[in-house]
Design a protein around this ligand. Structure first.
Ligand SMILES: C[S@@+](CC[C@H](N)C(=O)[O-])C[C@H]1O[C@@H](n2cnc3c(N)ncnc32)[C@H](O)[C@@H]1O
Length: 300
């Protein structure tokens, strides 16, 4: 009861806030290459890990969109938790993960080998300079939890211009990330509430991510760049307090029966706290206009 009151109070104060109380602070580790941290990050992102909710949410959105021959590019793929799950679910599509951290890519290669998938490859590269991809060569360009690693707005602009260049006409853009909160107190509350049970690195990482998140206005200003390539792209945000945003052309995805079974299996292996987190995220995005089915909503 007390927890809900506190949540409600922060929600109302943040909603009423007119201006940002703090400036953006770029990530101290723009490229994540500390071996121990990379492994801790990878483990949290497994289905059984304590950060899996966001991956299930993105699996739901993307698994209803990917077609048998799609070429899917994941920008700043990190240890590729999401990409490898997608590759398992879509064996006839091709997946390419890009990251600047060789340590992350080594971890991703390990995950790929353990999963025994062949339809994923990794490229060491910068997401603001995607020379390795030809114009209009990707069916889907995606990214999760990474955009805030770009040091400044001009890099965000370069990254979006590159996305617009490599996505094919009629293709899909799907970028999900944190958005800046307005109040110090809300940021502190989020860090306190959402990092329970996480180790010190992941707690610090989450706090750094919130501080480094771009503002809604930054995303809105660059939305036309993505729309020029994929006109359906929308800026979706969690209802009320935009703690997460998606620049995405996906809405109401409908995964087929095979993919639903895989999503349901993923859901079953998640910890209860992660399922609760997923449900909250889905609810707040649904209220914000981005619709997804529940992974258990239809018989499998
Ligand atoms: C927080 S991790 C997110 C990884 C993954 N997308 C996920 O959802 O778990 C951010 C990743 O961005 C990578 N990164 C940061 N700046 C980059 C850049 N300019 N180009 C490519 N990768 C970058 C980091 O090395 C790190 O792997």
């Amino acid at each position: 009861m007390f927890d809900q009151l506190r949540l409600g109070m922060h929600f109302v104060l943040e909603l009423a806030a007119r201006r940002y109380e703090y400036d953006r602070v770029p990530e101290p580790d723009l490229v994540m290459d500390n071996p121990e941290n990379v492994r801790e990050y990878r483990d949290a992102g497994l289905a059984t890990g304590n950060g899996s909710s966001v991956y299930l949410y993105n699996l739901l959105l993307l698994s209803g969109t990917i077609k048998p021959n799609s070429t899917v590019v994941d920008l700043a793929c990190g240890p590729a938790n999401l990409l490898v799950e997608l590759a398992i679910m879509h064996p006839e599509a091709e997946f390419i993960g890009v990251d600047l951290s060789t340590e992350m890519l080594a971890c991703a290669a390990e995950l790929k080998a353990n999963a025994g998938v062949r339809n994923v490859r990794f490229v060491c590269g910068d997401i603001t300079k995607l020379d390795m991809f030809a114009d209009r060569s990707a069916d889907i360009v995606m990214s999760t939890l990474s955009i805030h690693h770009l040091p400044e707005n001009s890099m965000l602009a370069k990254c979006f211009a590159e996305i617009a260049r490599i996505v094919r006409p009629g293709g899909t853009v799907h970028l999900m990330d944190f958005a800046s909160l307005k109040l110090e107190a809300t940021a502190r509350y989020f860090v306190h509430e959402r990092t329970k049970g996480l180790g010190s690195f992941l707690t610090r990482d989450y706090e750094n991510s919130l501080r480094a998140a771009f503002r809604l206005e930054d995303f809105a200003a660059l939305l036309p760049v993505l729309r020029a390539a994929v006109p359906e792209t929308q800026l979706r945000k969690t209802f009320g307090v935009p703690f997460m945003v998606a620049l995405t052309s996906i809405n109401r995805p409908e995964p087929d029966a095979q993919r639903r079974r895989a999503l349901s299996t993923y859901w079953s292996s998640m910890q209860p706290a992660q399922r609760a987190d997923f449900s909250a995220m889905r609810l707040f995005f649904n209220l914000g206009g981005l619709r997804t089915p529940h992974p258990k909503s239809t018989p499998v």
